[in-house]
Design a protein around this ligand. Structure first.
Ligand SMILES: Cc1cc2nc3c(=O)[nH]c(=O)nc-3n(C[C@H](O)[C@H](O)[C@H](O)COP(=O)(O)O)c2cc1C
Length: 364
């Protein structure tokens, strides 16, 4: 398997499987002299950890990290940072029974076509357990970005056909941040959140799962981040998000709405505010020609319904015989998008930090 790294300058390489002994990440390219503690990283991991709510997987992982290298006297040294996390709450037995069945819309069919072998325990390498490592690396990227006044927030935009009220987006970043932090669903809009919780309860009773979408926003970015043509900021972010398991698409700014609009309606008018050029609207989501405009990022990211459901499903076994897939001891998320919020923030942070580190265009 060749592709386990992400990022050019701040580069992460992850390893490990869902039910293996441990998972880990090596972060190469972190700036030196950054004060960094285990606690700070674990605080970020806490946001993503399962087992806290009826709608998330009941797997209980504390996600305590061990930092093996790259930090000396509480500060980064510039050397690779290696982080290890033990897998503690494994239940491989329930996977034994289904090991010879194709899991509809999950990973084992394509892995088997490609590699001829699949670690079926908990989904192996395809499991979202890997995303905890992205969040660990993202915690460091976020800390560096904060020094450049860049902060990110990913929150639930929709679950099924329940969408947050648009007016909530008029709130300033800090307010949205605090409302999101308080919500078990990462949803800043309480009215929609309560409707979503009722829907999730119904979906759970029906032994089913549901899709959802995340909205990623930032504080106003530094204008000029990203590159034109092949490494546009938007295309780098798209690659980052689409690499998250279960992610099926994204819309930058107004996205598909823009494709149904007229230019006169969609164009963001420039204006001068406090001696700074801004745009009256932010329909382009903070990116033009692959380069940040200086407005906040605004991207919607779509996640499919969790493919593993409690309902029995028809499928084939590896001998192509028709079978029924029934999951015992069900420990899965009902809606992937919820626990993917911190993962989206982490991946966006890694992309933005790389964009910042690649700023080589000197102006005279
Ligand atoms: C945070 C997070 C949690 C997830 N939890 C589950 C889960 O409990 N059960 C499941 O079948 N898939 C879950 N997934 C999605 C699968 O890992 C994913 O659908 C699978 O690897 C196939 O990849 P694909 O959907 O990108 O094609 C989760 C994804 C994320 C990001």
């Amino acid at each position: 398997m060749a592709s386990n790294s992400f990022g050019k300058f701040f580069k992460i390489t992850t390893f490990g499987e869902s039910h293996g002994k441990a998972i880990g990440v090596i972060i190469d390219g972190c700036i030196p002299n950054l004060p960094l503690s285990k606690k700070e990283i674990e605080k970020e991991l806490e946001k993503r950890s399962p087992g806290k709510n009826f709608f998330s997987s009941s797997r209980k992982e504390e996600d305590k990290i061990e930092i093996l290298s790259g930090i000396f006297k509480g500060k980064t040294t510039g050397a690779p940072i290696a982080i290890l996390i033990e897998n503690k709450d494994k239940d491989s037995a329930s996977y034994e029974k289904i090991k010879d069945l194709y899991r509809p819309s999950h990973a084992n069919f394509t892995y088997l076509q490609k590699y001829g072998i699949f670690d079926y325990r908990g989904g192996g390498r395809a499991s979202a357990r890997e995303t905890v490592l992205r969040v660990a690396a993202g915690a460091i990227a976020k800390k560096i970005l904060k020094k450049y006044n860049i902060e990110l927030l990913a929150f639930i935009h929709s679950i099924g056909d329940i969408e947050i009220e648009n007016k909530i987006l008029d709130l300033e970043f800090k307010k949205l941040f605090n409302l999101t932090k308080k919500s078990p669903l990462f949803c800043p809009d309480k009215t929609s959140q309560n409707k979503m919780l009722s829907l999730l309860k119904k979906i759970k009773e029906e032994k089913d799962s549901i899709g959802g979408s995340i909205r990623l926003i930032s504080t106003p970015l530094i204008p000029g981040l990203g590159d034109p043509i092949y490494e546009k900021l938007s295309s780098e972010l798209a690659k980052a998000f689409l690499s998250i398991p279960g992610c099926i698409g994204l819309e930058v700014g107004r996205g598909f709405m823009a494709s149904r609009s007229r230019g006169s309606e969609n164009n963001d008018r420039f204006e001068l505010k406090n001696n700074k050029v801004i745009t009256k609207t932010n329909n382009s989501g903070g990116i033009l020609a692959g380069i940040s405009t200086g407005m906040p990022l605004d991207i919607k990211i779509a996640f499919k319904p969790t493919s593993t459901i409690e309902k029995p499903q028809e499928t084939l076994n590896f001998k192509n015989e028709q079978k029924i897939l029934k999951i015992d001891n069900f420990r899965h998320d009902i809606c992937i998008a919820i626990r993917a919020c911190p993962v989206v923030e982490a991946m966006a942070a890694i992309v933005l930090l790389n964009a910042l580190m690649s700023q080589k265009t000197l102006k005279i």
